[in-house]
Write a protein that binds this ligand. Structure first.
Ligand code: AHG
Ligand code: MN
Ligand code: MN
Length: 365
């Protein structure tokens, strides 16, 4: 097969770097190490049962192991976490890492140099789908370490990672679907790369992705409807009412239960995704995690002309308080996210003015 003239991820990063002549190259090397981890995970995922990759983590005959979130760990959750660590713990670019699958921060071993960046990741998102052969992904965020960490080379603490999403230097995901893709922002738009299985290289295939501002497609786990807050119920009711409701148009619904796959669909053709704050569990203000799920997806959406929010405020402005903090997340086509934010601002007016909500709610308690 002839070598195509599409640029590889490496070429793309080199060209981006030419805009910053003083850059050391550390940042690019870090992104390439992350991409290597994603390629390794893509192979593990692709072997599935043939590689003994399916099922729960933990010794046979014992209960499955549980992570700090109280969630059952799949074998591939643990393997993917190890792949992220081994690709990134030796290069000298990182001051530390944090992951969904580790209780506290990961310290770079003293045998390797320590660098100036922090890497935060969900090594395998949507892993409940792995045993049924539905798309899963990895999602990551890169922050700058606090200056005293860089100067002293000290161990990192959870507090060092608690930076608002506006501070992210780069964010991205890998999607392990029919093709493996890496979708990346380094703060200059969003570009998508498809893994060429012949070369093992990511090639630029989706240049400067833009999320359409309008959509007629939404994604939400409707089994939680009885726990939703009023503005979310109103929004979904209005979508379901379709052409005969206040929106005067029909909507389509999707739910993959893989946020990365959902984000990718929305980047490709628009849509809105909601995993809102709800009343299901008072200890969990939302399902998804701020630092390694909501923030990287929010940066990608905003860089692609979309929007991401808690429902109440822009996601990227939220000051984190915990490494594994959960948060309500709404992202996608700008006008729909803005509408949902507006509904959160006017809950009282909503009840008075919307007969649909008051009288005919399709998801009434
Ligand atoms: P993870 O597999 O990393 O724990 O994340 C799963 C997330 C996300 O991908 C998805 O949107 C959501 O959980 C699915 O939630 P439901 O189980 O409520 O469908
Ligand atoms: Mn996840
Ligand atoms: Mn995960």
């Amino acid at each position: 097969m002839p070598l195509s003239r599409r640029s590889t991820l490496t070429q793309f990063l080199i060209e981006e770097r030419r805009r910053f002549p003083s850059a050391s190259g550390d940042f690019n090397a870090l992104i390439l190490d992350v991409a290597l981890a994603c390629k390794a995970i893509a192979r593990a995922v692709a072997f599935g049962e043939l590689g003994g990759m399916l099922g729960n983590h933990g010794a046979a005959g014992t209960d499955a192991s549980v992570n700090v979130q109280g969630e059952t760990q799949k074998k591939l959750d643990v393997i993917s976490n190890e792949m992220f660590i081994s690709a990134n713990n030796w290069g000298g670019h990182l001051a530390g890492m944090a992951s969904e699958e580790m209780d506290g921060p990961y310290q770079i071993p003293r045998s390797s140099p320590r660098g100036k960046y922090l890497l935060v990741f969900d090594p395998l998102d949507g892993s409940s789908n792995i045993d049924v052969n539905v798309s899963v992904g990895s999602v990551f965020s890169i922050l700058r370490a606090p200056q005293d960490v860089i100067d002293s080379g000290r161990d990192v603490t959870a507090a060092d990672f608690l930076q608002p999403g506006t501070q992210q230097l780069a964010a991205g995901y890998a999607l392990y679907g029919p093709t493996t893709m890496l979708v990346l922002t380094v703060g200059n738009g969003v570009n998508g790369f498809t893994l060429d299985p012949n070369l093992g290289e990511f090639k630029l295939t989706h240049h400067q992705i833009q999320v359409p501002a309008d959509t007629q497609e939404f994604a939400i786990n409707a089994s939680n409807s009885r726990f939703w807050e009023a503005p979310v119920k109103r929004y979904v009711d209005e979508c379901l009412a379709g052409r005969t409701g206040p929106r005067e148009q029909d909507f389509n619904m999707r739910w993959i239960a893989s946020m990365v796959a959902e984000a990718h669909r929305i980047l490709m053709r628009g849509g809105v995704f909601l995993y809102p704050r709800d009343t299901k569990d008072a200890a969990k203000p939302g399902r998804l995690r701020l630092l390694y799920e909501a923030n990287p997806i929010a940066m990608l959406m905003e860089q692609a002309g979309g929007r991401a929010s808690t429902g109440r405020e822009p996601m990227l402005g939220v000051q984190p308080t915990g490494l594994h903090q959960r948060i309500g997340l709404v992202f996608g086509s700008k006008h729909e996210v803005e509408r949902i934010e507006r509904y959160h601002r006017e809950p009282v007016a909503m009840k008075d003015n919307t007969p649909l909500f008051a009288e005919r709610s399709l998801f009434r308690d």
